[in-house]
Design a protein around this ligand. Structure first.
Ligand code: FMN
Length: 269
């Protein structure tokens, strides 16, 4: 993989593909990658590469490819975070091969994808992505959607990150060695670009919260996927900088978090 920072900065959701087939060597690498994606969570998950024609799959926002990847995971309070972490690693790896993806949790024929994934009662399917090479120009619907949800904007650093409590914004300057890792959190994709990640730094521990802004999903909490994505960007950036840490779910019970849901914490090893 190239440097995480370059990949995160280069990544954009791809909904318009160029109509060519995924090259055999790229496909083999991606299948290999999907067979074992490491996360800090011990929750079983499985990914499948699916042919749209064979399984009758479709998404109204996708054009120019007939190939998808879908994933399923065992139900668990941290399942969405774990899935978000793993699938985002796949998204970045795919980009490093020059191919494109878009996280899709909503705009798809969900029953068809779930049938293709042969879901068991103990499992759910949080999201899928089409797979292929990006077209040179976005389809009209794709471009219009990006404008409608302001897909190219992100909230400022100080409104996402805090020090010791939610009352004290963390500036980029004060974030020190963690500045770039947090900047890569800020650039993460999120459902409807709502950017629900909020992070409170306490010494060498970072508490990840979800500021809920979308209604509860019938199939899992889509904004918890966003937290897993953010944690992946954060940890991959730190790993590259040689900084290791551990992930725990232990609510610190910070005050002033009424509209925030605690998800996980990262602590420097
Ligand atoms: C968990 C998650 C679910 C998403 N679901 C959809 C979806 O159902 N349909 C869609 O077109 N885009 C979906 N997206 C893509 C977002 O709209 C996109 O990431 C965001 O607008 C930012 O744009 P960017 O990815 O190009 O930076 C989803 C993204 C995430 C992270």
């Amino acid at each position: 993989m190239e440097h995480i920072a370059e990949l995160v900065r280069a990544r954009k959701s791809v909904r318009t593909f160029d109509g060519t087939l995924l090259r055999q060597d790229d496909r083999a690498k991606l299948e290999q990658y999907l067979s074992n994606i490491e996360t800090p969570f011990d929750i079983p998950m499985e990914f499948r590469m699916l042919d749209a024609k064979e399984h009758g799959l479709s998404s109204p926002v996708v054009t120019g490819t007939e190939l998808y990847v879908a994933g399923k995971i065992k139900r668990d309070p941290l399942a969405e975070a774990a899935f978000g972490f793993a699938f985002e690693k796949f998204v970045l790896y795919t980009l490093s091969l020059g191919a494109g993806t878009v996280w899709i949790a909503g705009t798809m024929d969900r029953p068809a994808f779930e049938r293709a994934m042969e879901l068991e009662d103990t499992e759910f399917m949080p999201a899928v992505t089409p797979l292929g090479y990006p077209a040179k120009k976005r389809a009209i619907r794709d471009a219009a959607m990006r404008r409608a949800i302001k897909a190219d904007t992100r909230l400022p650093f100080e409104s996402l990150f805090f020090e010791d409590s939610f009352g004290k914004p963390l500036t980029a300057e004060r974030a020190g060695t963690y500045r770039e890792a947090l900047e890569l959190v800020r650039l993460a994709p999120s459902a409807v670009n709502k950017q629900p990640w909020r992070v409170v730094k306490q010494g060498e521990t970072f508490h990840f919260y979800k500021k809920s802004s979308l209604p509860a999903y019938p199939k899992g909490d889509v904004q918890k996927l966003d937290i897993g994505i953010a944690l992946a960007h954060f940890m991959l950036a730190l790993e590259e900088a040689g900084i290791a840490g551990t992930v725990t779910a232990a609510d610190p019970g910070l005050a002033g978090e009424q509209d925030m849901e605690y998800i996980v914490s990262w602590t420097k090893a």
